[in-house]
Design a protein around this ligand. Structure first.
Ligand code: ATP
Length: 614
């Protein structure tokens, strides 16, 4: 019977999902019951009604073996005595049974509908809360975490938690009630047979659980192997352009096929294990039925048990087996559900250091746009020992253009990231119009005061219109057209058959680099920022696109404080101030002509680039 306990739950067509165990990570987060309670609270009434219905269905289930026994007794009495009307005698128990079945079906459907609703709503709330929390995390958080892992928490972890929750509540409640109820029925029918069952059952349940544990371990390994194969496919498909560019399709196919073959082998072994287990379970189960009939038969001979009683006993014993099987599987499900939930709550509860909202908002008309870096020392949170900026000071006067140049890795983009307040300095301060930006509202600072244009702008897979409007949600169509014109993008948009409603594809793949960049400029300009950051905005473009984009940028810079980070020095020669950054320190500052005359680092850089161009 113990074998059957697990056997009942096996699904031969889906080896992959058999006996899965919780994914193990090094520091497993703890399940947070308080947060769970918060999510569950709005669903309490539905949950209570569902539990009552499930309880009712289970109680009815206990009645069924007794009624079946009654039916068998009527039948056997009629066949023995052949008196009275068969239909009349059998009518009552049959009708009772039929109405019981109908009521049970109704209750079961009711609680499944309600539980499904509760599960779906809790999962939806969980997803929304998690996504909200993720979007609010510090940029440093995303430096340390892989996007795939975060998406996994939103999808598979929530999914796993939801299905565990539904299964555990529904089946747990039903199984426990049924086991308790059926044991009472068994005892009432025959205390002697029940005693025998109580001795045999724990031994078999223990044996079944042990074999189940071994198979679970095997299944986990097979699952890990499937995940490994999926990882290979994911990498190849995600980087299909690189694979194509290096003509590495066959190699990727080979890598994938090796991993798939390994997982196939493991799943085949697992399949054999399950088959043997099921065969043994069947054997044990049948032996128990035989043993019950054998012992029950001898009790019948001594008139201590009726035929109906034996029938009831067999049916009730089967119900106990099924319920125990459910519970043994549910234990694994509880552990899996709790650890999936814990992984979700871990990020829901994470508090960012830089909040999105709160702080001073300077009214637009009084915002001058003077930026000052005062003795800033900074190292990235993921590399605390490595000081990227050391005592860095720089002032950007209002409506002037300041360019930062220097070797790769010198800390130029870090300066821009600090101004955007993606990170806070370890020492020193960044100020805007004399106010420490830590006092300012971060959403206002990024959303309205500063426009940011990077080397490889990312567009969203929607229309050009919506991409530009991303810079200022709620902007009118006219504002979008005006920003597009300012960015010099209007002409090419009009040449598309769908104009502004052209969908740009995932990350804007259907546009050229220069076109994408100009749409990104329009997106930054629509909010009319006082400060503009251009981080290598033309570096990825060819000479022709660069000219067009540069012209758009020059127009955009007018009347704003601009921080330009550039490799190509030709683009910054007209800047009001050029700063040379080396290893996190300012080593030179002045205008193009001053620095050339000085003959230092900048002059050397110009010299090198001119030589490269020749
Ligand atoms: N998110 C990050 N986490 C940890 N270290 C980083 C991060 N971003 C940059 N760094 C490190 O900080 C240093 C400065 O990087 P930064 O991008 O500011 O240089 P850069 O002058 O803009 O370089 P490039 O001209 O190549 O873009 C580098 O050593 C880089 O490896």
């Amino acid at each position: 019977m113990g074998g059957h306990v697990v056997y009942c739950q096996l699904d031969l067509n889906n080896n992959d999902n058999l006996f899965p165990e919780p994914k193990k990570t090094h520091a497993e987060p703890q399940f947070n019951w308080r947060e769970f309670w918060k999510l569950l609270q709005p669903q309490l009434l539905a949950l209570l009604v569902a539990s009552l219905l499930a309880f009712g269905a289970a109680i009815l289930n206990i009645q069924i073996p007794l009624l079946l026994g009654e039916l068998v007794n009527v039948v056997s009495r009629y066949t023995r005595e052949c008196t009275g009307s068969y239909l009349q005698d059998i009518h009552k128990p049959v009708m009772k049974l039929l109405s019981l079945y109908a009521l049970q079906g109704l209750l079961t459907s009711g609680y499944i509908v309600l539980l499904s609703r509760v599960g779906e709503r809790v999962a939806a709330k969980m997803r929304k809360t998690l996504f909200q929390s993720l979007l609010r995390q510090d940029v440093a958080f995303f430096d340390a975490k892989k996007t795939g892992m975060l998406v996994n928490r939103l999808t598979s972890d929530v999914q796993e938690f939801k299905s565990s929750f539904k299964q555990v509540v529904a089946q747990g409640l039903r199984s426990v009630t049924q086991i308790a109820g059926c044991f009472i029925s068994l005892y009432l029918i025959s205390p002697r047979l029940t005693g025998l069952l109580v001795v045999v059952m724990p031994t078999l349940v223990g044996g079944g659980a042990l074999i189940g544990c071994l198979l679970r371990r095997l299944s986990r390994k097979a699952q890990e192997q499937v995940a490994k194969a999926t990882g290979v496919a994911d990498e190849a498909l995600g980087n299909v352009r690189t694979v194509r560019a290096f003509a590495m399709e066959s190699r990727e196919e080979e890598l994938y096929s090796v991993e798939v073959d390994k997982s196939c082998q493991m799943n085949e072994i697992l399949g054999v294990g399950i088959a043997v287990f099921q065969g043994l379970s069947n054997l044990v189960l049948n032996c128990i039925v035989l043993g019950t009939i054998f012992t029950g038969g001898s009790l019948m001979a001594k008139n201590k048990l009726s035929a109906g009683g034996l029938m009831s006993f067999l049916v009730a014993a089967q119900t106990v087996q099924r319920s125990m099987a459910n519970i043994s599987v549910l234990f694994g499900q509880v552990v899996r559900g709790l650890s999936a939930g814990a992984r979700v709550f871990e990020f829901i509860l994470l508090e960012p250091q830089v909040l999105l909202h709160g702080g001073i908002k300077i009214p637009y008309h009084s915002l001058l746009g003077q930026v000052s870096f005062q003795n800033v020392t900074f190292s990235y949170p993921t590399r605390p020992g490595n000081e990227v900026l050391k005592n860095f000071s720089l002032t950007l006067p209002p409506s002037k253009t300041v360019a930062i140049v220097g070797q790769s890795g010198g800390g130029k983009s870090t300066v821009a990231a600090l101004l955007e307040r993606f990170y806070d300095p370890n020492q020193g301060a960044v100020t805007l119009d004399g106010i420490d930006i830590r006092m300012l509202d971060p959403s206002w600072l990024r959303g309205q005061a500063i426009g940011f244009i990077s080397q490889e702008p990312v567009l969203f897979g929607t229309t050009i219109m919506e991409n530009i409007r991303f810079g200022k949600p709620g902007a009118s169509d006219e504002e979008v057209y005006a920003a597009a014109e300012q960015a010099g993008v209007d002409g090419f948009i009009q040449s598309f058959p769908d104009g502004y409603n052209t969908v740009v594809g995932e990350r804007g793949v259907t546009l050229s680099g220069g076109q994408k960049q100009r749409v990104a400029i329009a997106r930054a300009l629509i909010k009319n920022p006082r400060i503009l950051i251009l981080d290598e905005a033309t570096s990825a473009l060819d000479a022709e696109s660069e000219q067009v984009v540069q012209a758009a940028l020059d127009r955009a810079a007018t009347g704003r404080t601009v921080l330009v980070i550039a490799h190509r020095l030709s683009t910054i020669m007209g800047a009001d101030l050029i700063v040379v950054l080396s290893q996190g320190r300012v080593v030179e500052a002045g205008t193009h002509s001053m620095l050339l005359k000085k003959g230092g680092f900048y002059a050397e850089l110009i010299h090198r680039q001119t030589k490269e161009l020749k």
